[in-house]
Design a protein. Structure first.
Length: 383
């Protein structure tokens, strides 16, 4: 890519698309020119900023007006739009998840050409607290990981969130609910820091708190290759909810709770103390200290800037599209385990999961959108 400024278009004009547009217009995303938007109805944005407007994504892509597109449409359309853009050598930044399932995502990646960048908006990989946690775990200071536990129940969503959308929280439109929409971020960060488990036993509740057909509460038990175990708990029906991530190792623990990060270091490894002490009720001495996270970043803008630099300057992608398969595998495994009432091994048999999902989709339909007007504050949607 020899251009010094990338021409980009946004497909979809929902809440998150408008945030991407704002980041570009306010110059929080550099090296890019917004040239067009695509939506079924004409937007004031296109007139206000002199942007070309297309009602059909194929017409936009065929025009060759844009070098890259941001796809921020309902999940059920991700595959067809991204496939068409990739087939036409257009760079793609796709909103999460990569598809209705990891099987669909795996198929989509096959359409990427060698010289085309395909990235996924896994923005929480840029959150300073999570990048710090990853570096601490990788440093080995915790020793061998023994246990992981993430309770993420402050994804509360009221009924109107679902009512004003025809596709959200349906098997046909989204491929699931809590796991593939809100908690997909947590699952991505969880496996990014701690690694993928080798087995998952999931317990999903469907429409427990909302008038929806998909999951809105999940508890899952994880097993890892090294013998470590884990728990993942998530909900969109609990308020105020909890956001607590614990990573316990042989030499200490890392605890993220209510926005604060704490590192606990054992003076002697647990395994060594266990074998050597003569104290019947002894415990290794430890010291606890806060890990200060004073950096505040625009996560979406960081990922977009990385995408632009990957195209213009061959910078390594923070989240290539393929990185989105692992978290979907975990989400899909939790659902499949619930449906089968059995543990599910990873690597996931994606074809098996897809067959089960297809059965759900066959009996699923999009809902009639409510005429209620929702008050939208996107800053309140992030956890």
């Amino acid at each position: 890519m020899t251009n010094t400024c990338l021409k980009i278009a946004v497909i979809g004009l929902g809440n998150i698309a408008k945030q991407h547009i704002e980041n570009i217009i306010s110059a929080q995303v550099q090296g890019v020119e917004l040239v067009a938007v695509c939506s079924r109805t004409r937007s004031e944005l296109s007139e206000e900023y002199g942007l070309a407007h297309y009602q059909d994504y194929k017409s936009l892509i065929d025009s060759k007006l844009a070098d890259a597109v941001i796809i921020a449409t309902p999940t059920m359309t991700h595959f067809e739009i991204a496939k068409y853009a990739l087939q036409n050598n257009i760079h793609v930044m796709l909103e999460k998840p990569i598809g209705l399932s990891s099987f669909e995502g795996e198929q989509l990646i096959t359409y990427q050409k060698k010289d085309t960048k395909f990235a996924l908006m896994l923005n929480q990989r840029t959150a300073p607290v999570f990048t710090k946690m990853k570096s601490i775990v990788e440093s080995g200071i915790l020793g061998n990981i023994q246990r992981t536990h993430w309770t993420m129940t402050n994804w509360f969503r009221p009924e109107i969130y679902f009512q004003v959308s025809d596709w959200r929280a349906t098997w046909r439109g989204e491929g699931g609910g809590l796991l593939v929409n809100q908690a997909i971020h947590n699952l991505d960060v969880f496996q990014w820091i701690c690694g993928l488990p080798i087995q998952i036993r999931g317990f999903c509740e469907f429409g427990k708190y909302h008038d929806i057909e998909v999951e809105d509460e999940v508890t899952a038990y994880l097993k890892y290759q090294n013998g470590a175990t884990g728990i993942f708990v998530a909900s969109t029906g609990e308020a105020p909810g909890v956001n607590r991530l614990e990573i316990a190792g042989d030499k200490g623990a890392l605890i993220f709770n209510a926005g604060k990060l704490t590192l606990v270091e054992n003076m002697q490894s647990t395994a060594a103390f266990n074998k050597q002490t003569n104290d019947m009720f002894g415990m290794p001495d430890s010291r606890s200290k806060p890990v200060l996270i004073d950096e505040d970043v625009n996560q979406h803008a960081l990922v977009m800037n990385n995408f632009i630099n990957a195209i213009l300057h061959e910078e390594a992608l923070i989240a290539p599209a393929s990185a989105g398969l692992a978290s979907l595998d975990m989400a899909n495994a939790m659902l499949l385990s619930t449906w089968k009432n059995l543990p599910v091994n990873l690597p996931l048999n994606r074809h098996d999961y897809q067959q089960h999902l297809d059965t759900k989709i066959q009996s699923s339909s999009l809902r009639a959108k409510s005429s209620r007007q929702a008050n939208v504050d996107m800053s309140a949607s992030y956890r």
